[in-house]
Ligand binder design. Structure first.
Ligand code: NAD
Length: 498
C-alpha cells in the first residue's frame, strides 16, 4: 500500500477511545487532553481522561464479574474457545491495529503490521495454549490424607502500560490475566490509547462476558494512581519506568498490599568480543537492537561495549550504516525509522545528547533534527564514542536513538562495565568462545541474555515462551512463559483428611 492509501485509511478510522465499563462505552469524567501526531505534530485526537470515579466504577464492575464466576468458573475449554475467537477477530483486523500503533507512536507501519500485531497475537495464543498447563502439585502424606496446592485466579487485575508498544505491552498483561480466569481493568498510556477500545470490543464480540475486561483511559497521576491505591485491586501488573515502578511499590504498601508485577527500564549492553567473524553482519544486528522503534525499546542495546582490538574497524562500519538509515513518514511502507512519540520525548532525548557532549563524549554522527520534515518529532539516529561509565548517557535510560560506545580491555572489564548501571534487563554478547559465553551467563546481571556465535539467522523459541525477570531496578517478578501465567494465580495449600 502507498502512503496515500494508509493516509486515506487513517482519515476514515473511527477512533472511538471512550472507556469501556461493564461492556458499555462510557465517556471519561475528567478533563480531556490533546494527543499530537508524531508524524506531523497536528492534533491526532482528544483523549477523555478518567478520574477516581471512573476507576471505582470499573474496578467494581471487574470485582462483581469476578465474584459471580461468570468468567472465573467458566470451564477452561470454553474460556479457551472464547479467547481463540478473540484472537481470530484481532487477526482479521490487523490493519486497523497496525494503523493505530503507527499513528499513536510514530512507528513505521511496516513494523506495526509485521511485528507489533503478530507479536501481540503470539502472546495471546501462547496464553490460550498454556493456561491449562499450569497447575499445582500433589504431596505425599499418609493414606488418610490428601495434600495438594490448588491454583486460583487472583481476582481483579489492574494493568498499567507504557507507550512504546501499546498493543504488545497491554496484551502481555491482558492475555495471561484473562486466560487464568481473572477480571481486569486496563489503563493504556495517555500517549498511546488508540488501539485499546477496539481490543475490548472484539473481546466482548468473541464472548468475554461483560464486566470481565474494562478499560479506563487517562493519566498516570490520576487513573494510574487511583488503580495503584485501590483496595479492591488484587494484582497490579505494570510496564513502564523504574521511577514509576517504585511509586507503585509505595502505593501497594499504603493500600492493600496488592501483588505487583513490574516490568521496568533498562540500559542494556551489547558486548562484542574480538573472536567473532562477519563484522558487517554484527553491525546490522547492533543497529537493529538499538534503533528499532527509534530506540524507544526497554531492551534496546543502548550501550555498545567493544573489544579494543576491533573498535576502529567496527565503529567505521557502524557509522557508515547508521548514517544511511533513512528517516521517513511512518505511513510510508518503506520507512524503517520514524519520529519519536512526542515533542516532550524529543526534548528529553536532545537534552541527553547535550549532556553527552558536556561530559566529553564525542558525537560521531547524528543527533540533529533533520531539515527534511516541516513538522513532526524526527531526530537523526546518533552515535557517541568515548563514553565513560559515569557519564549520564551511560547510566540513564534515554529511550531514544542514542548509542553510547565504550571499549573494554578484557573479559572482567567487559562484565564490570556491563553491570555498572542500576538496571539489569537484557544483554547481548557476541563471542564464539564457549567458556567466555558461560562466564558471561553467570557474570552479567540481565534478565534476558542473548549469546551469539554467528550472524546465522535462526528463529529461536517462539516469543512469549520464556519468562523475563528484570534484575536490579529493571523489575519485580516475571512475565511470559508458564511462570508468567502462574503469576496471575494464587495458590492454596490444601490438605483433606478422611
Ligand atoms: P511511565 O512510567 O512514565 O508510564 C508507564 C505507565 O504508568 C503509563 O500508563 C503512565 O500513565 C502510568 N503512570 C505514570 N505515573 C504513574 C503513577 N504515579 N501511578 C500509576 N501509574 C502511573 O513509562 P513510559 O514513559 O510510559 O514508558 C517507558 C518506560 O517503560 C521505559 O522506562 C521502558 O524501559 C519501560 N518499558 C519496560 C518494558 C519491560 O518489559 N521491562 C517494556 C516496555 C517499556
Amino acid at each position: 500500500m502507498t502512503t496515500g492509501d494508509w493516509s486515506d485509511k487513517a482519515a476514515s478510522l473511527d477512533f472511538n477511545i471512550s472507556n469501556r465499563v461493564n461492556a458499555q462505552k462510557v465517556n471519561s469524567s475528567g478533563e480531556a487532553l490533546y494527543k499530537y501526531s508524531p508524524r506531523d505534530g497536528s492534533v491526532l485526537y482528544e483523549l477523555g481522561q478518567g478520574n477516581q470515579q471512573d476507576v471505582d466504577e470499573s474496578v467494581a464492575a471487574a470485582k462483581n464479574a469476578f465474584e459471580d464466576g461468570r468468567w472465573a468458573s467458566m470451564p477452561v475449554s470454553q474460556r479457551k474457545m472464547v479467547l481463540s475467537q478473540w484472537a481470530d477477530l484481532i487477526q482479521a483486523d490487523a490493519e486497523y491495529f497496525a494503523l493505530c500503533e503507527s499513528l499513536d507512536v510514530g512507528k513505521p507501519i511496516h513494523d506495526a503490521l509485521n511485528m507489533d500485531v503478530p507479536i501481540a497475537l503470539t502472546l495471546l495464543r501462547y496464553s490460550i495454549e498454556g493456561c491449562d498447563k499450569v497447575y499445582g502439585n500433589v504431596y505425599p502424606g499418609d493414606h488418610r490424607s490428601f495434600a495438594m496446592d490448588i491454583l486460583k485466579p487472583r481476582g481483579v487485575v489492574a494493568g498499567i502500560v507504557g507507550w512504546n508498544f501499546p498493543l504488545v505491552l497491554a496484551m502481555m498483561k491482558i492475555a495471561p490475566a484473562l486466560a487464568m480466569g481473572n477480571s481486569l481493568v486496563i489503563k493504556p498510556s495517555e500517549l498511546s490509547s488508540l488501539s485499546m477500545g477496539r481490543l475490548v470490543d472484539l473481546a466482548l464480540q468473541a464472548g468475554v462476558p461483560e464486566g470481565v475486561f474494562n478499560l479506563v483511559n487517562g493519566a498516570g497521576a490520576t487513573v494510574g494512581n487511583a488503580l495503584a491505591h485501590h483496595p479492591d485491586v488484587d494484582l497490579l501488573t505494570f510496564t513502564g519506568s523504574s521511577q514509576t515502578g517504585k511509586q507503585l511499590l509505595i502505593a501497594s504498601g499504603q493500600s492493600n498490599m496488592k501483588r505487583l508485577l513490574l516490568e521496568c527500564g533498562g540500559k542494556s549492553p551489547n558486548i562484542i568480543f574480538d573472536d567473532v567473524d562477519d563484522l558487517p553482519g554484527i553491525v546490522d544486528a547492533v543497529i537493529a537492537k538499538m534503533y528499532w522503534n527509534q530506540g524507544q525499546v526497554c531492551t534496546a542495546g543502548s550501550r555498545l561495549l567493544l573489544s579494543k582490538k576491533i573498535k576502529d574497524s567496527f565503529l567505521e562500519l557502524l557509522c557508515e550504516k547508521v548514517a544511511a538509515l533513512p528517516l521517513g513518514d511512518p505511513l510510508d511502507d518503506s520507512t524503517r525509522m520514524g519520529p519519536l512519540i512526542s515533542e516532550a520525548q524529543l526534548i528529553k532525548v536532545q537534552s541527553y545528547i547535550e549532556s553527552g557532549k558536556r561530559d566529553g563524549a564525542s558525537l560521531l554522527l547524528g543527533g540533529e533534527v533533520p531539515g527534511s520534515f516541516d513538522a513532526g518529532f524526527y531526530l537523526q539516529p546518533c552515535v557517541f564514542d568515548g563514553v565513560q561509565a559515569d557519564h549520564q548517557i551511560a547510566q540513564e535510560e534515554i529511550f531514544g536513538p542514542v548509542l553510547s560506545v565504550m571499549t573494554f580491555d578484557n573479559d572482567e572489564h567487559a562484565v564490570q562495565l556491563a553491570n555498572s548501571t542500576i538496571y539489569g534487563l537484557a544483554a547481548t554478547v557476541w563471542t564464539s568462545n564457549i567458556q567466555r559465553a558461560q562466564a558471561m551467563a553467570y557474570g552479567l546481571s540481565a534478565g534476558e541474555l542473548t549469546v551469539r556465535a554467528s550472524t546465522a539467522v535462526t528463529a529461536g523459541v517462539p516469543l512469549g515462551t520464556m519468562p523475563l525477570e528484570g534484575h536490579k531496578q529493571s523489575g519485580l517478578g516475571s512475565e511470559s512463559g508458564l511462570q508468567g501465567l502462574r503469576n496471575y494465580t494464587i495458590s492454596t495449600s490444601l490438605q483433606m483428611f478422611s
